[in-house]
Write a protein that binds this ligand. Sequence first.
Ligand SMILES: Nc1ncnc2c1ncn2[C@@H]1O[C@H](COP(=O)(O)OP(=O)(O)OP(=O)(O)O)[C@@H](O)[C@H]1O
Length: 277
Amino acid sequence: MTGDRRVHREMILEVANLTMRFGGLTAVSAVSFAASRGEITAVIGPNGAGKTTLFNCITGFYRPTGGAIRLHRANELPVDLHLLPGHRIARAGVARTFQNIRLFPGMTALENLLVAQHVKLMAATGFGIGAVLGLSRYPKAERQAVELARQWLSATNLLDRADDPAGALPYGAQRRLEIARAMCTEPALLCLDEPAAGLNPRESDELARLLLEIRGQGTSLLLIEHDMGVVMRISDRVVVLDHGKLIADAAPAAVQGDPKVIAAYLGEGDEDEEAEA
Ligand SMILES: Nc1ncnc2c1ncn2[C@@H]1O[C@H](COP(=O)(O)OP(=O)(O)OP(=O)(O)O)[C@@H](O)[C@H]1O
């Protein structure tokens, strides 16, 4: 036996030969990689590389044209995410945030976090039948839901804004609230679509710390991110896509020095210049 950490890495997410076509365009082409449990895996690549498409396949917004996506939770049978509808993917333990914030702006921060737990709360009422029979476990479940919401408001530094409408919060706070909302579903895998977009350097630092804290609590993370500072600082592994294909899958330092990755990003500059010319 060896003490090498990688030998003992267990996967949380397996992406096998994933392909997504839109008509004649292959946005993701036979991509395979694994995200390890308890790690932060980043997916990077130049514009149009297929990152969002890959993400949308994993989180059930698109049904892939080919290949498989499997969630491997500890002590559970693997789940074929590519065969499940979106809401079942969330229930299987995959939460996501969006590039464009999607909170309920008129609800308070706390209410947004309670809505995220509605499936759990409905189950506690026996989906209505238990309440009719006087068997509801709702009050206890509600207390626990509020407690979990408060825990994540505190972790995201939003406790003092709990009763403010989400839409009235500053942009950076809304992004943190989105993450808190996703965490209130108690996911095994948290998928983040460009969480640092639009943040100032101080907010990016705070975000990096928050994501490390989430990892520290045992949740695995998959993130698409353009902010290389954040990616290189917090990721355990970096997967690089270019023109829909996987071109690198390694530790951050190795990816940074990989000539294929450098060429892909430099090529992006050339293409932009050609487009402008
Ligand atoms: N719904 C769609 N219909 C048709 N083509 C699409 C669709 N979504 C994405 N594409 C195309 O698939 C390719 C990959 O796009 P995608 O948005 O996945 O890339 P990306 O790496 O996320 O890019 P960016 O960094 O610019 O967000 C692009 O050529 C894009 O135009």
